[in-house]
Design a binder for this molecule. Structure first.
Ligand code: FE2
Length: 581
């Protein structure tokens, strides 16, 4: 059974599930190069079909993660006049077209011109709607690999009129327990604080979280009362009447503005940015705890699965894990709306196959890959010289040990917001100044934001307290005493790290590199940040990598076995003693 999931909205995306297995997943932003692209995922669908070696005619079910009437689906699937349900908008458009007769503008156009008939659905293909939060819940549950009773919690800004839901997952089924409307939106609260701090709601909440570690939560305690909902014993005790959130499209992506941000900005002026960020983080953690813990108890389970944008907050996830109330914590690696296409597809599959149990997601290398020949052709067409090497782990480990900055492009692109060693920028974690060096030369981001390590899975316990496999960078951990000074470039000011533990089986070439770096330096950990420059999506195509290589201070670019360097980088390699001076 072939299911195509398609999400149109914030982080438009496509995913394909074949016989219950997620085989392809990609966000449109990676192809259009517009971060959080909210347009039609035309290229994401094409890429997923190519990866799965399927034609649109081979698709049994198209699953969309919304209950709403979504007229852009007509733009993708050419539904008009076909066997699939016609939306009221399309019917209105058809009527308007009829009335206009001779001419005039009709939006949306009921019939596509030939060039825009992108993926006409076969009459046998079902079109299935899955609720926004059910799709989030399905993404978490059906990739957790857990067959027993599991509590599923989804929290975000808003989707299909809901800001959060609680479910029971058991035996391959998901049943609803609780739902919160817009007045319970913790995502909006945190987004509003982010806007008040001068950053983008729906994009830069991670920056707020990074800043929070510098503040004193006691200094602004209670200062955000009146700006957030309050939960008690698993229920919404104090709904918050949010002001209208203004949303608009800017360069292809959604932007949001809340008038409440002005009120929060006054709090910021009084108590200071760091302290308000810290208070926002404290409130968020406290409120999420008031939802999650009572429901865990009520359901009598110690297994938790989460999705929704709020669970991009690794500190929330860390706090839940540190509470000791759970033995299993699974956060879907793409918890924001970019994961909805996969969630909808997984739900549609399991709805049709109720006896199927959840499978554990092994990796998220679910995007396109490019062969060494394709890359070679691209380079030669641009008159660029590369050296082909068969000793990459040793070569690149040597460069990292010499404090070079390396662009690492290998295999299939990651889905989700984290670079996990397929489209990564790598550096040594051993020097504290590397954070500033990377910011100044490549990433251009706020000095207070931490970088993250990739750690060989076998060595996780050497670096992390209460270590466990963490393949997707979804939780932070306290760093082991005494290790802070060994990997200072990847430890946050509060002594935490957000690691990726790397299994040899999941990503052999990346594991080999970390192992080689360990042999050279004694540290089986490297600094790993997403391969992009600030404000851009993670790179997808070798072309994007070449552009980023020459547009930044990267020393070296490794694409499959092609190694590109810059003359000054080579000069630096020959004189390692002067590095960092
Ligand atoms: Fe969502």
């Amino acid at each position: 059974m072939n299911v195509l999931g398609v999400h149109v909205g914030h982080d438009s995306s496509a995913a394909i599930v074949v016989d219950g297995r997620l085989v392809a997943d990609a966000a449109e932003e990676r192809f259009s190069r517009v971060k959080h692209d909210a347009g039609l995922p035309v290229r994401a669908i094409a890429s997923c079909l190519e990866i799965a070696r399927l034609d649109i005619a081979d698709i049994d079910v198209v699953a969309v993660p919304t209950e709403l009437d979504l007229w852009p689906l007509n733009d993708l699937f050419d539904l008009f006049g076909g066997p699939h349900e016609q939306s009221p908008e399309m019917a209105r458009a058809a009527l308007a077209a009829e009335r206009l007769g001779g001419g005039g503008l009709v939006h949306p156009p009921p019939r596509r011109p030939v060039w825009a008939r992108r993926y006409p659905l076969a009459s046998r293909t079902d079109l299935v709607k899955v609720g926004h939060h059910l799709a989030h819940a399905a993404s978490a549950h059906y990739t957790s690999g857990y067959r027993g009773r599991q509590l599923i919690v989804t929290l975000d800004g808003i989707g299909d009129g809901l800001s959060g839901t609680v479910w029971r997952g058991e035996g391959g089924r998901i049943e609803p327990l609780e739902r919160f409307d817009r007045t319970g939106s913790l995502g909006w609260f945190y987004g509003n604080v982010t806007e008040a701090l001068g950053w983008r709601h729906g994009d830069e909440e991670g920056t707020t979280m990074g800043l929070a570690a510098y503040g004193d939560p006691g200094a602004a305690r209670g200062a955000l009362q009146g700006f957030h909902p309050r939960f008690e014993d698993g229920a919404l005790a104090d709904p918050h009447e949010f002001s209208a959130i203004h949303a608009w499209h800017e360069r292809g992506a959604y932007q949001w503005h809340s008038p409440e941000a002005a009120g929060i900005a006054e709090v910021v002026a009084r108590f200071g940015r760091e302290n308000v960020a810290a208070e926002a983080q404290r409130v968020l953690e406290e409120q999420v705890a008031q939802i999650v813990y009572p429901w865990l108890e009520r359901e009598g389970t110690r297994a938790l699965a989460c999705a929704g944008g709020v669970f991009l907050n690794v500190k929330v996830n860390q706090r839940i894990w540190a509470s000791g109330r759970i033995d299993r914590q699974h956060i879907y690696p793409n918890p924001g709306d970019g994961g909805l296409a996969a969630g909808a597809a997984l739900h549609a599959y399991h709805a049709a196959n109720p006896a199927e149990q959840p499978r554990e997601i092994e990796h998220v290398y679910l995007g396109p890959a490019y062969s060494t020949d394709q890359i070679g052709d691209l380079l030669s067409a641009r008159h660029l010289d590369s050296e082909r090497r068969d000793d990459l782990p040793e070569l690149v480990a040597g460069m990292l040990a010499e404090n070079q900055v390396v662009g690492w492009f290998q295999g299939r692109m990651e889905s989700g917001p984290r670079a996990l060693g397929a489209r990564s920028i790598l550096m040594s974690p051993n020097r504290a100044e590397n954070k500033d060096l990377l910011n100044g030369r490549v990433k251009y981001r706020e000095a207070f934001r931490p970088y993250c390590p990739s750690i060989a899975a076998e060595c996780a316990g050497d670096y992390l307290k209460r270590a466990r496999p963490e393949r997707f960078m979804t939780t932070s951990f306290e760093v082991q005493d005494g290790k802070w000074h060994d990997i200072p470039a990847v430890v946050h000011v509060d002594g935490t790290v957000r690691p990726q533990t790397v299994d040899r089986e999941a990503n052999p070439s990346y594991w080999d590199l970390i192992d080689a770096f360990g042999s050279l330096t004694g540290e089986h950990a490297i600094l790993n940040t997403s391969f992009n420059v600030r404000g851009e999506p993670i790179i997808c195509h070798p072309r994007d990598a070449i552009r980023a290589f020459y547009d930044t201070g990267l020393d070296c670019l490794v694409m499959v076995d092609h190694v590109l360097t810059k003359p000054r980088s080579v000069a630096r390699r020959r004189a390692p003693a002067r590095l960092g001076s």
